[in-house]
Write a protein that binds this ligand. Structure first.
Ligand code: FES
Length: 99
C-alpha cells in the first residue's frame, strides 16, 4: 500500500523481476512505483511494469534485451491491484474481485 501525491493505492508487494520488496520502493516524477533493487517501474493503477529492470542479482547497469524480456513476461504477470480507502483512522483495502 502506498500514497501517490495524496492518492492511496494498493498493489502486491513482490516485484515481478526478482521479488524485490516494493514496500521499500519509491514513487517517481511520473507517479510510477520504482523497485528498490533494479528500478523496474510500475503503473500502480493497473499493475503493469512500464519499464524493465536495470540489472539483475547484484549487478546494476544496462541489460539490453534482458530488460525488454522481463518487461514482456511481466505483462502477463502484472502486480495485483486493489482499491485502498481511508475510513477515519483506518485504511481499508478492497480486492478488485470482491463485491
Ligand atoms: S527485483 Fe525489482 S527490478 Fe529487480
Amino acid at each position: 500500500m502506498g500514497n501517490r501525491e495524496g492518492e492511496l493505492f494498493a498493489v502486491s508487494r513482490r516485484c515481478r523481476h526478482q521479488l524485490g520488496d516494493l514496500s521499500q520502493g519509491t514513487i517517481d516524477a511520473d507517479g510510477c512505483l520504482v523497485c528498490p533493487w533494479h528500478q523496474a517501474r510500475y503503473d500502480v493503477t493497473d499493475g503493469r511494469m512500464v519499464e524493465g529492470p536495470k540489472g539483475f542479482l547484484g549487478y546494476h547497469g544496462r541489460t539490453p534485451g534482458y530488460t525488454e524480456l522481463v518487461r514482456g513476461y511481466s505483462q502477463v504477470l502484472k502486480l495485483r491491484v486493489a482499491r485502498a480507502v481511508r475510513r477515519g483512522a483506518e485504511i481499508v483495502v478492497h480486492r478488485r474481485d470482491a463485491s
